[in-house]
Design a protein around this ligand. Structure first.
Ligand SMILES: Cc1cc2nc3c(=O)[nH]c(=O)nc-3n(C[C@H](O)[C@H](O)[C@H](O)COP(=O)(O)OP(=O)(O)OC[C@H]3O[C@@H](n4cnc5c(N)ncnc54)[C@H](O)[C@@H]3O)c2cc1C
Length: 460
């Protein structure tokens, strides 16, 4: 019997029908949403329980075969691609929601629970889970990438909103990390180490999440500005006034134009901020809005839309949420690549100016979108897949921008993770700490089998 056949038999022995060798399943787990290449696994395990995860890791250990956890496959930097011929461990079926505690504001979820489904379950209890990456990702995948989104400016990302993690390690142990206490000074912060480790240190088998009450009153506003610099200075000014919006998002003029065309809207085609403010009651939220109007005027902009009811707010925010689809529709047949950097708020204006200059230098146009309240900026690069010249210029521009972010004290990735593509910046960003990270990887996974090559892996 060949080595591959022996592995497949061992998997089937332990996991039966949960193992798939079907070509459709293999192809479906060979790509993510961001990188232009594929890497096909030799088997997909559709885990139904924690015991299945532990059994899969045991077979991987025995045969020395790589395993890559799979949530929803929406990540953008190659993190979820399996090693060729390795195991893709699909956790999507582990989607239980339990132990909802409306007093302690916590809920326990399986790693395969999708964020939209979770919030649908929480809404009748007056609660929500705030972290909202643009895609309908799994909570396990979101923890593994330390995901964030439009509400991070107010509630933080996954590191701030995961209370406990249960994690299966390569050596067969299953550990409970963190606690339900609001604070703790006890021991090393292993939970935080696992969050953002992109499946390289352990497989998350369940999580307890921190919930939040739905705000009693909210008001949303859309602000338009004559130029990028004015929009950026407004975003910084309103933080300086002590306004902590629920959301604070930014897009440039071309993006508004693309959304107008795609959704038959008539928003002013200018650099735009979307802001949501919450209050104890309507008057409190309205007071925040008055302050916001003043900030807009002082920075040369104006409020071009206000929304108070859930329907009106949905309509106002639809323009922001429709950005990705609108951009794909604007350039049919083009492939996309999303740049993701995060810089200190004090460096935002100069970074936006650098990005604009860099695009021009490389003869590129790309919509600029940002979770600007966090200093997190995305460039949505696009070109025909076969246009090698354009892709070389895109790579060059994104490289320059990532290095610039590091030079001003920022990071090469605010939320999309390192995966395969951002490994090239790890030494520049972390210096000797990268060696310690590699030692930690070896401690957790001495055979280098768990999502090998990602995050701290050597460059090929
Ligand atoms: C249109 C679009 C918009 C996006 N916007 C945002 C955004 O605003 N903010 C943001 O943060 N991201 C964003 N993303 C990226 C992506 O949605 C996030 O990275 C998300 O957290 C990935 O979750 P997933 O379930 O799809 O994970 P996957 O892509 O399946 O996996 C991601 C990584 O986590 C690992 N992993 C998955 N599950 C587990 C587990 N249970 N245990 C251990 N490791 C695991 C995988 O091995 C892989 O390394 C966007 C993506 C798209 C396509």
């Amino acid at each position: 019997m060949s080595w591959t056949a022996a592995l497949q038999e061992a998997l089937k022995d332990g996991l039966g029908q949960r193992v798939s060798l079907a070509s459709g399943d293999l192809a479906g787990h060979a790509h993510d949403e961001g990188v232009p290449f594929t890497s096909t696994p030799g088997a997909v395990v559709f885990a139904q329980s924690e015991a299945d995860i532990v059994a899969t890791l045991a077979v991987a250990r025995e045969f020395g075969i790589p395993v890559t956890p799979w949530g929803a496959g929406t990540s953008l930097e190659g993190a979820v691609l399996p090693a060729p011929g390795g195991i893709s461990l699909d956790l999507g079926a582990l989607d239980s929601i339990s132990d909802l505690d409306p007093v302690g504001f916590t809920v326990r979820v399986g790693p395969g629970v999708r964020r939209v489904a979770l919030n649908r379950r929480l809404r009748p209890h007056g609660l929500f889970f705030p972290v909202d990456p643009g895609a309908d990702a799994t909570l396990g995948g979101m923890a593994a990438t330390n995901a964030s989104g439009t509400t991070t400016v107010r509630y933080g990302g996954m590191r701030e909103n995961v209370m406990t993690l249960r994690v299966a390690l390569m050596d067969g142990r299953v550990l409970d990390l963190g606690s339900l206490a609001r604070k703790s000074s006890s021991g090393y912060a292993l939970k935080q180490l696992l969050i953002g480790s992109e499946g390289t240190l352990g497989v998350i088998t369940s999580l307890t999440l921190r919930l939040h009450p739905l705000p009693p009153a909210t008001v949303s506003a859309q602000l338009a500005f004559p130029d990028l610099a004015a929009a950026v200075s407004a975003s910084v000014a309103l933080r300086g006034l002590g306004l902590t919006p629920e959301r604070l998002e930014f897009v440039d003029a071309d993006t508004v134009a693309a959304v107008n065309r795609h959704r038959a809207r008539h928003d002013p085609e200018l650099p735009t901020l979307w802001v949501e403010l919450a209050g104890r009651d309507t008057a409190d939220a309205e007071a925040g809005l008055s302050l916001l109007r003043e900030v807009a005027t002082d920075t040369g902009g104006q409020v071009v839309g206000e929304a108070r009811t859930p329907e009106a707010q949905g309509n106002l925010w639809a323009a922001r949420h429709g950005v990705y689809d609108a951009l794909r529709a604007a350039w049919p047949g083009h492939a996309t690549r999303i740049g993701d950097i995060c810089v200190p708020l004090s460096a935002l204006a100069e970074t936006v100016a650098f990005m604009t200059r860099t695009l021009a230098q490389h003869s590129l146009t790309a919509p600029l979108v940002g979770h600007i309240g966090d200093g997190n900026l995305h460039l949505l690069m696009h070109a025909p897949p076969e246009d090698a010249g354009a892709w070389a210029r895109i790579d060059h521009a994104l490289h320059d921008i990532a290095l610039y972010a590091l030079s001003v004290g920022g990071t090469c990735t605010g939320e999309h993770g390192v995966g395969l593509r951002k490994r090239v910046y790890m030494r520049e960003e972390h210096g000797e700490a990268l060696d310690l990270m590699r030692d930690i990887k070896t401690l957790f996974d001495p055979q280098n089998l768990l999502n090998p090559g990602k995050v701290v892996g050597e460059l090929d």
